[in-house]
Design a protein around this ligand. Structure first.
Ligand code: ZN
Length: 337
């Protein structure tokens, strides 16, 4: 059976030239508001014919680098700066952003595990469905800004995926590099099926993701990288004029060929990381120790690297539970092509 139209409506006209700020409105009925709506901020900056870029932050509500950068851009970008159309959604999962959480404060939904979504599903699934069936079809290139959120800290990189369509993969990889973060990554996802990434890529559109720090905050450094990256993305795909600005040091290329990149905890306790983000790790070296907090006099459990590479991500809080990712080790490669 065909899906019914999305219950979400936009207060902006995506086809009108100029700058518009409005909302994607999703009707809800809750104790605090019987006839209420989730109001997802959206800005559209359009100037004549040209490609459409969709810029999204807040897919996870506690990843502030993208949210901050896109809020800033939305108040600064002028129509005369743009050729084509830039659609900015800084707080994609708005109920998660308002709760300061990864997942929705309304239904607990993880937006980036809810695609392609469902117009008759939860609030989170309705948001996913709207992006899958309305926002992505009107876009040519999509930049989805992630970072580690409250529980992870991650080196800054633009990322793309291995795709069946070689030309689509080439265009996305070029954008991931042109984002101009210190690293560029060919990313392996633990479970790609319900990601926004997959919803975009399966429509043949160019998709670039990022990781840009984390810890549930932002820093001057992480924001500088993010803001430069968003601008570079728009320059690279022809939305705004200018030159792509690359970092001073040569960009480091990383590959995550399989799940052995992820070091996951089989213990609960107190985490001691043996390396800083960006450090080189040799295969077999101790990456982390986990201490039993319930007793003294017990040696920590050691976690060793099952591959060599760069420490690309780490758990941010010191307390760990079984199953938590405590470290991610990515291969340093000469080329990603
Ligand atoms: Zn995220």
């Amino acid at each position: 059976m065909a899906k019914r139209p999305s219950p979400i409506s936009a207060t902006v006209d995506f086809d009108a030239d100029g700058v518009q700020h409005g909302f994607l409105k999703l009707p809800i009925s809750v104790d605090e508001s019987a006839w209420g709506a989730v109001m997802i901020p959206v800005s559209v900056v359009k100037n004549g014919e040209g490609p459409t870029a969709l810029l999204t932050g807040g897919n996870h509500g506690d990843e502030y680098e993208g949210i901050t950068s896109l809020l800033k851009l939305s108040s600064e970008l002028r129509a005369e700066d743009v050729r084509g159309r830039v659609i900015i959604v800084p707080c994609m999962n708005q109920p998660a952003v308002m709760a300061g959480k990864r997942t929705s404060g309304l239904d607990g939904g993880n937006l980036n595990r809810s695609f392609p979504g469902d117009p008759d599903g939860t609030v989170t699934e309705k948001i996913a469905d709207y992006f899958t069936r309305v926002m992505v079809p009107m876009s040519d290139v999509v930049l989805d800004l992630h970072s580690g959120g409250r529980t992870l800290d991650i080196i800054p990189f633009g990322a793309s995926h291995v795709l069946e369509d070689v030309e689509q993969q080439r265009q996305a990889l070029a954008g991931a590099k042109a984002f101009g973060a210190p690293y560029a990554m060919m990313m392996f996802e633990l479970d790609a099926a319900a990601l926004f990434d997959t919803a975009v890529e399966s429509q043949g559109k160019v998709f670039v993701a990022t990781e840009l720090g984390g810890g549930g905050t932002s820093t001057p450094q992480s924001l500088a990288i993010t803001e430069r990256g968003v601008r570079n993305f728009l320059v690279h795909y022809g939305l705004i004029e200018g030159e792509v600005e690359m970092p001073d040091a040569p960009q480091v290329y990383l590959d995550m060929p399989d799940a052995s990149c992820y070091v996951q905890s089989e213990h609960s306790g107190l985490l001691e990381l043996a390396f800083d983000l960006g450090d080189r790790v040799e295969m077999g070296e101790v990456v982390a120790r986990i201490y039993d907090l319930t007793r003294s006099g017990t040696a920590p459990v050691e976690y060793r690297a099952s591959r060599g590479g760069v420490l690309a991500a780490r758990r941010h809080p010191a307390l760990v539970n079984m199953g938590d990712t405590i470290a991610v080790i990515a291969d340093v490669v000469d080329s990603l092509d």
